[in-house]
Design a protein around this ligand. Structure first.
Ligand code: HEC
Ligand code: HEC
Length: 280
């Protein structure tokens, strides 16, 4: 799919991401150099994580900062409404167990997601957890990953942790998933033989038309996406990036995407949660 988020489509995008089109500041980055990106220290590791917010134009920052202007807040409100009022087969609202407006949920805990689930023996994303309560504790049919209802609930819960620091566990049982996510992040795939790290580590900070390539941090997710006119989930954004470099998308919510989420979120440990961020 072609869209303005990524400035151009397919190989044309890469031409200027990689500098061949002369749109990057000199010296142009040669594809050959970029090929070694995964081996070199990542930009996020050398300069520390930087929120996508810092790469936005001023007007977009202002839109995010003001709750009345930030269109993502309507999704938070819709999620809150669902949280307080919707009852499943079991006759329970989310609020019945977690307090009105989620008052009994711990923002510091929310900031740790994805977390390791002893019961499942693998990490769960915040959306997995919300969906588990939705089905098991309330008796609803599962909400397909990243669909509107799931996103509304997730963005509401994640917004409770706005202002907290991202704090994902990377040792203990989470270690293998973190490593797996990093491998996915650094593995070149697709017709254009690209990896996430090529754009978001090695080339972060470079201009793509009016926009700047960010580190691809996720401390604002789920985020209001101007080009969608909706709040979008993280896995949906992963798919968009894969499409951008013509690699196969993965099913939303699958284990590889969960591992990728573990790595990508932990890579931003210490960043302040901004949900709902406003992004292109
Ligand atoms: C019948 C009680 C009940 C209902 C209803 C319920 N939950 Fe839960 N929820 C729990 C319990 C118990 C846990 C602890 C983790 C577990 O065992 O799943 C939990 C965990 C969570 C967590 C993770 C908190 C943490 O500390 O890690 C979130 C977020 C959450 N629920 C959101 C929701 C949302 C959103 C809804 C409504 C769709 C909901 N819950 C409905 C009982 C409930
Ligand atoms: C060809 C370059 C390119 C590649 C490769 C790429 N992306 Fe992106 N990505 C972008 C652009 C352009 C944007 C939008 C502007 C920005 O935030 O950088 C973006 C945005 C994002 C964002 C949103 C950041 C925010 O602050 O809202 C995330 C998360 C992300 N990418 C993750 C990934 C992951 C994971 C991969 C690997 C599957 C990947 N990207 C591969 C170009 C790329």
């Amino acid at each position: 799919m072609c869209n303005h988020y990524f400035a151009r489509c397919g190989s044309v995008t890469l031409m200027f991401v990689l500098g061949a089109g002369g749109l990057l500041p000199a010296p142009a980055v040669e594809p050959v150099t970029v090929a070694k990106a995964a081996d070199t220290a990542s930009q996020a590791e050398t300069t520390g994580p930087v929120s996508g917010y810092a790469f936005l134009q001023k007007e977009t920052q202002q839109m995010q900062d003001d709750d009345f202007l930030n269109p993502g807040m309507q999704w938070v409100e819709a999620g809150k409404e669902m949280f307080n009022t919707l009852q499943g087969e079991n006759g329970k609202t989310c609020a019945a167990c977690h307090g009105e407006d989620g008052s009994k949920l711990d923002p510091k805990r929310i900031a740790q997601y994805p977390v390791y689930s002893e019961t499942l023996g693998k990490p769960v994303t915040l959306q997995n957890q919300v969906n588990a309560c939705w089905t098991k504790r309330m008796g609803y049919h599962p909400l397909p990953y990243d669909t509107e209802g799931a996103i509304k609930l997730e963005v509401f819960v994640q917004n409770l942790a706005r202002g907290e620091k991202v704090n994902v566990q990377t040792d203990g049982p989470m270690r293998p998933y973190y490593e797996k996510g990093r491998t996915i992040y650094q593995t070149r795939v697709g017709q254009l033989d690209m990896a996430c790290s090529v754009c978001h580590d090695s080339n972060a900070g470079k201009k793509i038309r009016g926009n700047t390539l960010s580190q691809g941090q996720v401390n604002g997710y789920p985020a209001y996406r101007l080009q969608h006119g909706a709040v979008a989930g993280l896995h949906t954004t992963f798919n968009e990036c894969y499409r951008l470099f013509r690699a196969s998308e993965m099913p939303l919510g699958n284990d590889d995407y969960t591992a990728l989420e573990v790595y990508v979120t932990a890579r931003g440990n210490g960043l302040t949660i901004e949900t709902p961020a406003v992004r292109f």
